[in-house]
Ligand binder design. Structure first.
Ligand code: FE2
Ligand code: FE2
Length: 452
């Protein structure tokens, strides 16, 4: 690793990494060119850095959109930069593949966030990676650019989802840019060391400019800016994550799921996920805004009802996929609850200011959950932890995570999921008090109990 780092600095730019990965070491052991975006050193120009001392990196990278064969990496920068990610299946980054920011063609030129998608990965495999950030120190026009010295990030690692990995996940929700609570939440998650984090919506409040989203997701003002450098985030939108004019561009900070994860019919469903984490199938759904599309507040711009129906078609097929149907446990994640013990409590089809639950989603998705033996839905939105046990009519349970308050009913939570003694155990940690707010255990799905 040190050799790589020194070589890198001596070479001067990120392109040296591509040369290193594909050049000298290739003679001994040919690198596995797993990515169509990889930099081929022999075909790239290596500019000399003419602006020294220019720094751009302000936080550790944030892993996102984990899939069996791909991983997203995004990181915040403080000024215009280009960059890349080097990754390999060993901590020394030997035979590393270099993937350029911004994909094909002219690569990234951004002053707030850089993104790289690693593809061609193997399921259930640990990879090591680091970011390379090259400042664009001065830009006059396309033919007059001065580059700075590349900044080489620390080496981090992650595990791709798969049926063989440890089924441990953590859920945080309704963090609402409350940094005093976000700090302890991520400390708790880092202590648990899950394989993935589910950020179950309402990460934001109202987002009118990109800088706000970059702070929220990539550079939160907390001590552990590495909160997702080694543990990838599965993000489900909350209703607040649809608020503000800039939020329509959230993909520039929180990457969409790769189109290759689903059929072309569903390419627009960029937030839905379905992955295996050991014995657990994790399915992410987007409940959208909390008021109906015809609500006067949306001024005719909301279009969530067709979105919910489109997700239903995807869900029906997804739950029948062999790796999902073959899982002993299926857990669904969505922001707005799909059940409320008082059904008249603002079910989202009236003119109240908000909805306690999402009736349209419950009507569309609930029967599919029952048919396929989904054990539990983990929701959020209410800012109040609660557990709704399964019933004869609704054979799936529901856990609702806490909120950003500081009192006995509204407190921040981390919901920990793991397999213990042949059961799925969900533990709700009260991050405010450090105590356990509740524990819930689930048997394997019916077919794994020999009942079907
Ligand atoms: Fe919320
Ligand atoms: Fe919400």
């Amino acid at each position: 690793m040190e050799l790589n780092r020194r070589s890198f600095l001596a070479g001067g730019t990120l392109f040296a990494a591509g040369a290193l990965a594909g050049g000298a070491q290739a003679e001994a052991s040919a690198p596995r060119k797993v990515s169509p975006y990889h930099a081929r050193g022999e075909e790239t120009f290596t500019p000399k850095p003419v602006a020294r001392g220019v720094r751009r990196v302000v936080a550790e990278p944030v892993l996102q959109c984990p899939a069996p064969d791909s991983m997203g990496v995004a990181w915040a920068v403080s000024g215009f930069a280009n960059g890349a990610v080097e990754f390999a299946d060993n901590p020394q980054l030997q035979n590393a593949t270099t993937v350029r920011c911004g994909g094909f063609g002219m690569t990234a030129f951004d002053d707030q966030a850089l993104q790289v998608r690693l593809v061609g990965l193997r399921p259930g495999t640990r990879y090591w990676y680091r970011t390379i950030t090259t400042p664009i120190a001065d830009y006059k026009n396309s033919y007059s650019i001065r580059m700075g010295e590349p900044e080489v990030g620390d080496v981090h690692s992650f595990v791709t989802p798969g049926e063989n990995v440890t089924a441990r996940f953590c859920v945080m929700n309704d963090t609402h840019e409350n940094w005093k609570q976000f700090g302890p939440i991520v400390e708790k998650i880092l202590a648990i060391k899950p394989t993935v984090i589910v950020w179950n919506g309402d990460a934001t409040n109202t987002t009118e400019e990109k800088a706000r989203a970059v702070e929220t997701f990539l550079n939160p003002p907390v001590a552990r800016k590495d909160y997702a450098a080694d543990i990838p985030i599965l993000f489900t939108n909350g209703n607040h994550d649809y608020r503000g004019k800039w939020i329509r561009h959230l993909d520039e900070v929180m990457m969409p799921r790769l189109p290759s994860e689903r059929s072309s019919r569903d390419w627009d469903l960029t937030r839905n996920f379905a992955i295996r984490l050991g014995d657990v199938a994790m399915v992410g759904l987007d409940t959208g805004e909390d008021k109906p599309d015809w609500h006067p507040k949306w001024m005719g711009m909301a279009n969530f009802s067709p979105y919910r129906k489109a997700q239903t078609v995807w869900l029906k097929e997804t739950l029948a996929r062999p790796e999902i149907d073959g899982a002993p446990y299926i857990v669904v994640f969505c922001h707005i609850p799909l059940f409320d013990s008082y059904p008249e409590a603002n079910p989202g089809d009236r003119l109240e200011n908000w909805a306690d639950w999402q009736k349209e989603c419950a009507d569309l998705w609930g029967p599919l959950f029952a048919e396929h033996g989904v054990q539990v839905v983990i929701a959020a939105h209410m800012h109040r932890y609660r557990f709704d046990p399964a019933t004869a009519d609704r054979p799936w349970a529901q856990i609702v995570g806490g909120g950003p308050g500081k009192n006995p009913w509204n407190f921040p939570t981390v919901i920990e999921g793991e397999i213990v003694g042949g059961e799925l155990r969900l533990t709700c940690h009260n991050v405010l008090t450090g105590k356990v707010a509740g524990r819930h255990a689930f048997k394997p799905r019916f077919r794994f109990l020999g009942l079907a």
